[in-house]
Design a protein around this ligand. Structure first.
Ligand SMILES: Cc1cc2nc3c(=O)[nH]c(=O)nc-3n(C[C@H](O)[C@H](O)[C@H](O)COP(=O)(O)OP(=O)(O)OC[C@H]3O[C@@H](n4cnc5c(N)ncnc54)[C@H](O)[C@@H]3O)c2cc1C
Length: 386
């Protein structure tokens, strides 16, 4: 590791620990982000309140500039915040997509009026944001999106369909990619609109997943009139806005190891306390190998995260290495869930481990599919032909 925690990061740690001790109640620790999939679940109100508390204390988005309610914190302070929140079992913000991915795009491409109107409400969780990018025929190949926005006076008239919108059922705002010029080359006819989801003509329909949760949604637009003042960046330059948003989504890989390694510690504990064939599962020779494999994956991901941090601290782009981290993380999460199922045997399909076993299949797809990431690694790291 060619970097250290600077004094300001350790200072933040010293400040944060007593704050978390004082403010993090058992009720909050028990609030599950997955429960927020049901808008009427009591956890939603609890998480909303927590979000506002984080914002008031200046912890909801420490990387944001001070003028928008952040602290202008550096990379290592962000790492410390993630470490301490994970250590304390604190739930994150209710607005993760908005704060991590959409806000940086608004800061980079938005007008001053948009920033002042949108960011403070986003920070406190008063507005929840979702990302309307994917369509039934535009996922990995996002530039083939067809949802259209046609200018009519001071409005765009939007028609089309989006899909797989995480948080769409809770969100009242959406960062929406639309086609504004059909005749331009694919990447040049796209614009980005900031859409009030309560407008007439915007219809959100939940998609129930294999785990029985309502995390995803389809959003249908039928002659929805979106004011032109809601255009983010110039018309037909939405692709650049989308790339800013996705770059920040991928930038989050540096903290992925925290959640994974915590789960691995839980799995090792489970293996020690579960008996198979008259002895702890952790002493079964075959399972031991599998457990060691998962443990090593977690440590590998930590090293990849440190590499990403080193790049950020030394002013290097992380680039295609984020694909290696994403791939390692998704494979490790899936192996972890499979090994947990082997440890649990006939009860494998119950409770959180059972949910993880099913849910972890989605990690192959979310945030760039395995095949697309392998293509990136093959071409941009290994130098193989397209
Ligand atoms: C947990 C989760 C959260 C998500 N949240 C959001 C969200 O909030 N907002 C949003 O807009 N979208 C969201 N998505 C959608 C996600 O971005 C898309 O699912 C993803 O881009 C893949 O698109 P697709 O599902 O259309 O699959 P496709 O792109 O149709 O891919 C189908 C298969 O073909 C393979 N494939 C595609 N292209 C290539 C290629 N060039 N070479 C080799 N193989 C290829 C893929 O790997 C995959 O196996 C989410 C998805 C998941 C799983």
């Amino acid at each position: 590791m060619d970097f250290d925690y600077p004094p300001e990061a350790e200072e933040l740690r010293r400040e944060l620990r007593p704050w978390l001790d004082a403010n993090l109640t058992e009720r909050l620790r028990g609030a599950r982000w997955a429960n927020a999939n049901d808008p009427n679940h009591p956890d939603v109100a609890v998480l909303r309140e927590w979000n506002a508390k984080l914002a008031d204390a200046g912890y909801a988005a420490i990387a944001w500039p001070e003028e928008y309610g952040g602290r202008g914190a550096g990379v290592m302070e962000q790492v410390v915040l993630a470490e301490e929140m994970s250590r304390a079992d604190a739930p994150g913000t209710l607005n993760p997509i908005g704060i991590s991915n959409i806000a940086p795009a608004i800061m980079q491409h938005g007008t001053e009026a948009q920033k002042r109107r949108i960011l403070p409400r986003m920070l406190r969780g008063d507005d929840i944001w979702c990302q309307g990018f994917s369509e039934p025929d535009a996922g990995s190949d996002l530039a083939s999106l067809r949802t259209s926005a046609v200018r009519d006076g001071d409005d765009y008239v939007v028609n089309g369909q989006k899909v797989w919108n995480t948080l769409g059922h809770l969100a009242n705002w959406c960062e929406l990619l639309v086609r504004t010029d059909d005749s331009a080359p694919r990447h040049q006819g796209i614009s980005c609109l900031l859409v009030d989801m309560t407008l007439p003509g915007v219809d959100v329909r939940p998609l129930v997943t294999i785990t029985g949760e309502r995390e995803f949604n389809e959003i249908f637009f039928t002659d929805a009139r979106v004011p032109t003042s809601c255009l983010l960046g110039p018309e037909n330059e939405g692709w650049r806005v989308a790339m800013t948003t996705l770059a920040h989504e991928r930038g989050n890989v540096a903290n992925l190891h925290l959640g994974l390694r915590k789960k691995i510690a839980g799995l090792l504990e489970l293996a020690r306390s579960t008996t198979i064939g008259g002895r702890p599962a952790s002493q079964d020779p075959v399972l031991r190998q599998r457990l060691a494999g998962v443990y090593l994956q977690g440590e590998l991901l930590k090293l990849l995260s440190e590499r990403a941090l080193s790049a950020a601290l030394h002013g290097r782009e992380m680039g295609p290495e984020s694909s290696v981290a994403k791939l390692t993380w998704s494979q490790a999460e899936q192996q972890l869930a499979e090994v947990a199922a082997e440890v649990l045997g006939p009860t494998a399909d119950s409770a959180e481990w059972g949910r993880d076993l099913v849910y972890s299949r989605s990690f192959t797809i979310a945030g760039g599919t395995t095949q697309v990431n392998k293509n990136i690694i093959a071409q941009r790291i290994l130098g193989l032909p397209r």
